[in-house]
Design a protein around this ligand. Structure first.
Ligand SMILES: [Zn+2]
Length: 261
């Protein structure tokens, strides 16, 4: 199977309501010459490779270039995750051709997913940037906010990248304070999701409101408010952990309501 990328666009075969990844002995069998290729491993007994195709190359007949988000729901979750892994490996390979320490061209390190500098021996691994997501709850209300780049009307949980030297919990408290001026308590881990746009790992938490007035930080947050469950805004797509976090919390609140006499 060949995960061929042109920038962030993946080469797929579209069938009715489904998509598949091209399977061939080598991507050159489809008339494509990759700039670089990487071995990914085995999937259901098939060897998998990723590769990078030059920007101006047209898709072979019967195939199309498509963004990863557009692939969601057209392939099974495992294959979707594999495509997310592939795009990150391609991106890492492309951005670590030279040693960041001494500038020497790097070589693939045997037995590890790494590139190594033959001169100074520095090893370069794929980068992963952890980010924390926080859904703040106050009784039966949820704190949802929107960034200026969100689609119209969409609100979501708060999120931000972990800084060097910071724990996930410290990051969460800082991000919520910075973005909306609210204090939180009772942090509860929910789940995590690799987010290959381009190389994040999102770690999601629930937490409880512990004080402060909502005061959006204008450079990051366009609007933020407490929402009742019967008056929710447009929510993120089901592809995202944000939506799973919000849906699970709504279900939790509804179940509590059901047992209240
Ligand atoms: Zn070096």
């Amino acid at each position: 199977m060949w995960f061929a990328f042109q920038g962030a666009q993946l080469l797929i075969m579209r069938e009715e309501g489904r998509a598949s990844i091209p399977s061939t002995r080598h991507i050159s069998d489809l008339g494509l010459e990759p700039i670089r290729s990487q071995y990914l491993g085995l999937y259901e007994g098939n060897h998998c490779f990723s590769c990078e195709i030059a920007a101006d190359v047209a898709a072979p007949e019967g195939l199309v270039w498509t963004g990863l988000r557009g692939l969601f729901g057209l392939v099974d979750d495992y294959l979707f995750a594999l495509a997310g892994r592939a795009v990150q490996i391609v991106d890492w390979d492309r951005t670590h051709l030279y040693c960041g320490r001494c500038g020497t061209p790097t070589v693939v390190k045997a037995g590890e997913r790494a590139r190594q500098c033959p001169k100074c021996r520095q090893v370069h691994y794929p980068r992963i940037a952890p980010a924390v997501m926080a859904l703040v709850r106050n009784g039966k209300q949820l704190l949802l906010a929107r960034s200026p780049h969100f689609p119209p009307g969409m609100h979501s949980a708060l999120a931000g990248f972990v800084e060097a030297g910071e724990s996930l919990e410290q990051c969460l408290v800082r991000e919520v304070r910075e973005e909306v001026g609210v204090e939180v308590a009772n942090l509860r881990y929910f789940s995590s999701q690799p987010w290959p746009f381009p190389h994040s790992l999102m770690i999601a938490f629930n937490c409880d409101y512990a004080g402060g007035e909502i005061t959006p930080e204008p450079s990051e947050i366009e609007a933020a408010a407490w929402f009742d469950l019967d008056n929710l805004p447009v929510l993120p797509n089901k592809i995202s952990i944000a939506r799973r976090l919000i849906d699970a919390t709504i279900a939790q609140i509804r179940s509590e309501k059901a047992v209240t006499p």
